[in-house]
Design a protein around this ligand. Structure first.
Ligand SMILES: CC(=O)SCCNC(=O)CCNC(=O)[C@H](O)C(C)(C)COP(=O)(O)OP(=O)(O)OC[C@H]1O[C@@H](n2cnc3c(N)ncnc32)[C@H](O)[C@@H]1OP(=O)(O)O
Length: 198
């Protein structure tokens, strides 16, 4: 892809074009961590712990074990690098809709946690935006080290920052207590997920 004066032919502008982030990394700066009570030892997305970095998904994360990480959540299938990059490019083209956010272990150069904020545009509520928390996962060998809380809290704060009026999620019954600890709760009379699988 052609780059001229930091501006790519797809219109992406910013100092981190070399790393090709899915969304503007500056959005992760200055999140309101004062409102988060579940983190211990001052861990935030700006200070995630020695050797860790919280950042948007990048186009080269195929090489950093991103799909391997997702396999700790569900079936991924045989996704080639070309397929991964085509999907990445499609998500980036839908600007302001997909905020796949990861934690990288900088010492190993691997992606060790991830979650997605998907933003749905509405006509209701004055053309509001609704957030969805999707595909939360921490690599099995890194669990129990606050990374789950870190990535979920980051996405929740990000949803507020980008202007969502609410954020919701679907999860198994066994995960309800985990999400309750961040303030996610079922609503009386409106606590059903209904799906058709194709
Ligand atoms: C919307 C969705 O995507 S639902 C899908 C959720 N993802 C999965 O099920 C994938 C497999 N599981 C995982 O990847 C991880 O176990 C996660 C993401 C659920 C948790 O990640 P971890 O890094 O281990 O969590 P973390 O260390 O931040 O622990 C957070 C706290 O939640 C608690 N916790 C962890 N799992 C659960 C659970 N199932 N129910 C209740 N509490 C839980 C921990 O005990 C810990 O409590 P503490 O802060 O009092 O010590």
């Amino acid at each position: 892809m052609a780059v001229q004066n930091g501006i790519k032919s797809n219109g992406w502008v910013g100092p981190e074009t070399r790393e090709e982030p899915l969304y503007d990394p500056a959005l992760l700066q200055g999140l309101d961590w004062k409102s988060v009570t579940c983190m211990k030892d001052g861990v935030t997305s700006d200070s995630p712990g020695l050797g860790f970095r919280v950042r948007p998904l990048q186009r080269d994360d195929f090489n950093k074990g991103f799909l391997e990480l997702l396999s700790h959540l569900t079936k991924v299938g045989d996704v080639t690098k070309e397929q991964f990059q085509a999907r990445f490019d499609a998500m980036r083209a839908c600007r302001d809709h997909y905020y796949v956010t990861v934690v990288e272990d900088l010492n190993k150069g691997t992606i060790i946690a991830s979650a997605t904020l998907a933003v749905e545009l509405k006509f209701i509520r004055g053309c509001a935006k609704r957030g969805r928390l999707e595909d939360v996962v921490v690599s099995e060998e890194y669990r129990g080290r606050q990374l789950g809380k870190l990535i979920v809290s980051t996405i929740t704060l990000l949803a507020k920052k980008v202007g969502c009026y609410k954020i919701g999620l679907d999860c198994k019954d066994s995960m309800k207590a985990f999400y309750n600890s961040f303030g996610y709760a079922g609503e009386k009379g409106n606590d059903n997920t209904m799906i058709i699988r194709f």
